[in-house]
Design a protein around this ligand. Structure first.
Ligand SMILES: NC(=O)c1ccc[n+]([C@@H]2O[C@H](COP(=O)([O-])OP(=O)(O)OC[C@H]3O[C@@H](n4cnc5c(N)ncnc54)[C@H](OP(=O)(O)O)[C@@H]3O)[C@@H](O)[C@H]2O)c1
Length: 280
């Protein structure tokens, strides 16, 4: 187990946020090469943790870097790393460039990265960020916080991890967005900070995909919507929800199916858990 860094040390909106959908997977595109080395951010919780566990089921996987802000004090992650030598814990705060540089330095031991799944994201925070219902709830500090984590976090990761991805096999860089980040699909309003930060994420990923398509090997880059998933992030908003609520394990499986199906023609897209393309 390794940990980077110095010390090593309202229901009003649920109908749109919590959408339903058909239960199908892109089975026709199974069997494509699985990642050997992967990095998952947001690995302490929800979809990120389930993604680490799902990746470990793949016998081709040699290393999964499980990143979050305090991995050394996360009992589940520590136990996972103790029980499977393929799990490497890395301290990653996507708002801190230095933390990502340290993680990349640690990961250079492996030499390459086939897959990066960025699940780090916030909808609400103990510091006070809450999905806003109306303009009077909006404050610019919260807008900046959401943008910092949800949008800039992916860019900092791209900057730090590009050299490792360039050495990967069929390298893929995906970041969890959200359907509410679709501008054309915004019919109910509200959730200013979250919506705008995910829309910004989408634009950054699209731009990155255009640049990365030019390199050799091209790095496939996409924004993914996981569906509505029972996690700490969605929990305050799901009490009256009657649609499909995926478990984190289901979500990880579905997302991995989509991820493995992505090829260069799909790069720069925004896809839901079932592979459906979401309008910008
Ligand atoms: N759940 C849903 O229904 C749903 C729907 C649409 C989109 N999504 C998206 O899916 C992603 C995962 O969400 P989830 O539902 O699994 O939420 P979650 O259980 O709350 O997990 C969020 C993760 O983000 C990490 N994180 C937060 N701030 C961070 C930072 N500054 N640096 C690094 N990591 C940070 C947290 O890790 P630490 O706090 O331990 O560092 C945690 O592991 C998010 O991007 C979310 O927007 C979720």
């Amino acid at each position: 187990m390794s940990v980077t860094s110095e010390d090593v040390s309202s229901k009003d909106f649920t109908s749109e946020f919590l959408e339903d959908g058909p239960d199908h997977r892109p089975d026709d595109r199974q069997g494509l090469q699985s990642p050997r080395v992967a990095l998952v951010t947001g690995a302490s919780s929800g979809i990120g943790l389930a993604m680490v566990q799902r990746l470990l089921k793949n016998p081709e996987l040699t290393t999964v870097y499980a990143g979050c802000r305090h991995p050394e004090s996360d009992a589940v992650l520590v136990e996972l790393a103790d029980s499977d030598p393929r799990v490497e814990l890395v301290r990653i705060d996507v708002t801190k460039t230095g933390s990502l540089e340290q993680a990349a330095a640690l990961m250079r031991a492996t030499g390459y990265l086939d897959l990066l799944v960025n699940t780090a994201g916030i909808l609400h925070s103990p510091a006070g960020l809450q999905p806003e219902k109306r303009l009077k709830d909006v404050n610019t500090d919260d807008l900046l916080l959401a943008y910092d984590v949800n949008a800039l976090g992916a860019m900092r990761l791209a900057i730090a991890m590009e050299p490792l991805l360039r050495k990967g096999r069929r390298p893929r860089f995906v970041s969890l967005s959200a359907r509410v980040g679709s501008i054309s699909d915004n019919r109910l309003g509200g959730w200013y900070a979250y919506r705008a930060s995910k829309a910004a994420l989408n634009m950054l990923l699209r731009t990155l995909a255009i640049e990365w398509a030019r390199g050799k090997p091209g790095i496939v880059c996409a924004a993914l919507h996981p569906g509505t998933v029972a996690t700490a992030l969605s929990e305050p908003f799901t009490s009256g929800y009657t649609g499909t609520l995926f478990s984190p394990e289901q979500a990880a499986q579905q997302l991995l199916d989509v991820i493995l199906s992505l090829d260069s023609d799909d790069s720069g897209g925004f896809y839901a858990w079932d592979g459906e393309q979401i309008p910008w």
